[in-house]
Unconditional design. Structure first.
Length: 303
């Protein structure tokens, strides 16, 4: 992007396009304050030479500073390198020719305003004034219009330059800027550059929404049932295991295991939960329908 587009002062100078018609109207009202003299053509040319031609010669040698608003200017020590680069571009010949063309345009404007000034005699601020006074007041007004023209042309020229040309231009030193530029105004103007993001030139991609569980559930078919999560199976406690084992009849002390029982005896499982379940099943087979009394259970528990 062209660095000149970040300078707010150049955009402010474009307001001269709206100020020039107002200044031309003011010139018409000033010239309406007195009747034309015996040599109106000579008077017009003389006023144009003093108010437009002489300033044009001065501006050719010392161009108006880009960072000056006639009453205020950016101090030389506070200027950025980009501003000094743009100041170095003021010395090109096409820009000087366009700026000097404003003096040529002011001659027919002055001629028309002086010839039509009688129509605005009632609104003139210098009504019934001598002709010399009217011409002397019109001279600085013409110089002001030429200044506005020069600033307008320079601002448009800088804003339309390619960025590569500005980057290749060597910045103007502060000493050269003070000697070769017409720095008018008090050095009190300090404006920060405009913040123009590079994202405006290349728009970023819109962020994609993150997938969520709620979106997936809404997108699912409502006719299909949602399978419920199966709870983890936990081994159920058998509170009757201990009393059932306690109610088993105690085997005889001197009974010897037979060969058939030894061969068919299952191996003890490694899982204690499985062992307790197996014991419950075996106990359920051996338990009698009638529940034993407490007196019958006493000796077994004591043993």
């Amino acid at each position: 992007m062209n660095p000149a587009r970040r300078e707010p002062l150049l955009w402010l100078q474009l307001l001269g396009l709206a100020a020039l018609p107002l200044e031309a109207l003011l010139l018409l009202l000033v010239l309406a304050g007195a009747d034309p003299g015996p040599f109106p053509g000579f008077e017009r040319v003389l006023a144009w030479a003093l108010g437009a031609l002489a300033p044009a010669v001065l501006f050719w040698r010392f161009p108006p500073d880009l960072w000056s608003l006639l009453l205020l200017q950016v101090p030389l020590r506070g200027r950025r390198p980009e501003q000094l680069r743009l100041s170095a571009l003021q010395g090109v010949l096409p820009l000087k020719l366009l700026s000097a063309a404003g003096a040529v345009l002011l001659l027919p404007l002055l001629w028309w305003a002086d010839a039509s000034a009688g129509l605005a005699w009632a609104w003139s601020p210098l009504s019934a004034s001598p002709r010399l006074v009217v011409l002397l007041v019109s001279v600085p007004l013409l110089a002001l219009m030429l200044w506005q023209w020069q600033q307008l042309i320079q601002a448009v020229w800088m804003l339309t330059r390619p960025a590569s040309l500005v980057e290749q231009t060597l910045p103007l030193t502060q000493a050269v800027a003070a000697d070769t530029r017409l720095n008018a105004g008090l050095p009190l103007l300090l404006l920060p550059p405009l913040a123009m993001d590079a994202a405006s030139e290349s728009p970023a991609e819109p962020p994609q929404p993150e997938p969520s569980v709620a979106v997936d559930q809404d997108a699912a078919d409502p006719s299909e049932p949602v399978p419920a999560a199966e709870p983890e199976s936990e081994p159920e406690a058998h509170p009757e295991a201990e009393p059932i084992e306690a109610s088993q009849p105690e085997p005889a002390e001197h009974s010897e295991p037979t060969e058939e029982s030894v061969e068919t005896a299952p191996e003890p499982p490694d899982d204690p939960a499985a062992a307790s379940d197996a014991a419950v099943v075996d106990a359920g087979v051996a338990v009698t329908p009638e529940q034993a009394t407490e007196e019958h259970q006493g000796p077994n528990l004591d043993s």
